[in-house]
Design a protein around this ligand. Structure first.
Ligand code: TRP
Ligand code: SF4
Length: 404
């Protein structure tokens, strides 16, 4: 397989919901920013996914896409490090989705928990559609198209990564058989050198004959450690272990994004539908007013009533924004009734405003010139298309559709 190392590749997508809030920033985007320095990252706008639930009214999608991508850039996602693109601009997602749909049992899709959940939650819409049922499979295609090994997602998306793994396994099982696979795998094994080859064969035998899981894991690790074999050989050796065949579509893993450190203004999860958000780029007055109006520990009726920081959403903001000394000051002042709640909120207000200034400044050039965003996304789509084409070539070849 052409030079891709799945364990170094990260892919994630976001529906075009328009402007993002600080929950997205602290929960998702800062994580993406970190990953972009460590891995080869693909981040895309899942506009077709938006259609699975919002097909009735599609007029806002383009604007929402631009607004959201500007927020990505404001957060520090760097188009020089990560590939940013719009799903519908890389039509290969549709081809792989179609091909995978041929071999995906209906039951797998019907059993994805979000299928029934969302239908109930969004009961004002008709979601008994083909596209909505197939949405997790479209997500599988998004991931497998780039042979991404790591997918940062929230807990609600883990089931989708799981089905992606099943689909990949099934695909490899059905189509991953080269006519001379065994020979190729055996000669790949020899290329590891005498000692490793011997160990590999022993571990493989133990696994195939007695189901020794530990042997399987050790053999997989052994293959991954090899520096001097090609990626194609590495994949043959991995496939050969379980007796399946060549791995054409590697199974991804979820990189679970930790549950939001950043709560909403009322202490619940920050979410547009709860009306408890601070925007990622919001004007100063509005930020100040929102924080000043935040509820605090209800026990602090009068200034002289002591409080419990754990019962106060402002404290959770301190946890995100304040240094050790400020936190100690707030905690102590709260529990001894030494400070008032407005006083306690001031350092949080200051810190959020400083953060906002940075975000707003980074967004400004793009706001003034949205063409810059468009060209970043076009360039990203071209890069993504190159990678997608390579996977699809192998997929077509394996399926007997290469017409060469
Ligand atoms: N389904 C994801 C969501 O609703 C978005 C998404 C689409 C995605 N394709 C993806 C996330 C691929 C990770 C990988 O949040
Ligand atoms: Fe919350 Fe601070 Fe008031 Fe304590 S003093 S209740 S932590 S705002």
């Amino acid at each position: 397989m052409s030079g891709v190392d799945p364990s170094q590749r990260v892919l994630s997508g976001m529906r075009p919901t328009g402007r993002l809030h600080l929950g997205h920033y602290h929960g998702v985007l800062k994580n993406w920013v970190r990953l972009q320095h460590e891995y080869e990252c693909f981040f895309f706008v899942a506009d077709w996914h938006a259609l699975t639930t919002h097909y009735q009214d599609t007029r806002g999608i383009e604007q929402s896409t631009t607004d959201m991508v500007i927020d990505w850039l404001a957060a520090g996602i760097n188009p020089g490090s990560a590939t940013l693109f719009i799903q519908s601009q890389v039509v290969a997602h549709a081809e792989l989705h179609l091909l995978l749909s041929m071999m995906t049992p209906l039951g797998w899709l019907e059993r994805v928990p979000s299928y029934k959940d969302q239908q109930e939650k969004l009961s004002d819409r008709d979601l008994t559609t083909y596209g909505f049922l197939g949405y997790p499979l479209l997500q599988s295609a998004d991931i497998l198209l780039y042979r991404a090994g790591l997918v940062p997602v929230g807990a609600d998306q883990v089931a989708h990564i799981e089905i992606t793994r099943e689909v990949a396994r099934r695909f490899n099982h059905i189509y991953g058989r080269e006519p001379d696979f065994e020979e190729l795998a055996e000669s790949a094994c020899d290329k590891m050198g005498k000692k490793s080859a011997k160990l590999y064969r022993a571990l493989r035998k133990a696994y195939l004959e007695t189901g020794d899981q530990d042997g399987l894991l050790r053999a997989q690790a052994l293959v991954k450690e090899q520096q001097n074999i090609t990626l194609a050989d590495r994949e043959r050796l991995i496939g050969y272990l379980e007796g399946t065949g060549k791995v054409i579509l590697p199974e991804p893993q979820a990189l679970l994004t930790e549950a939001a450190k950043m709560p909403g203004l009322d202490g619940q999860k920050m979410s547009k539908s709860y009306g408890n958000t601070i925007g990622l780029r919001e004007d100063r007055d509005s930020v100040v007013t929102k924080i000043k109006r935040m509820p605090t520990d209800p026990a602090r009726v009068r200034l002289s009533d002591p409080g419990t920081p754990e019962k106060c959403p402002v404290w959770q903001f301190h946890e995100v924004y304040s240094d050790v000394d400020t936190k100690a000051w707030a905690r102590e002042g709260c529990m001894s009734a030494g400070i008032g709640c407005l006083e306690c909120k001031q350092p949080v207000i200051d810190a959020v405003l400083i953060e906002q200034d940075q975000l707003i400044a980074r967004a400004a050039p793009y706001e003034e010139n949205p063409d810059m965003v468009r060209s970043i996304l076009l360039e990203g789509a071209e890069k993504a298309e190159d990678d997608a084409r390579q996977t699809l070539q192998e997929v077509r070849l394996a399926m007997g559709l290469s017409y060469r």
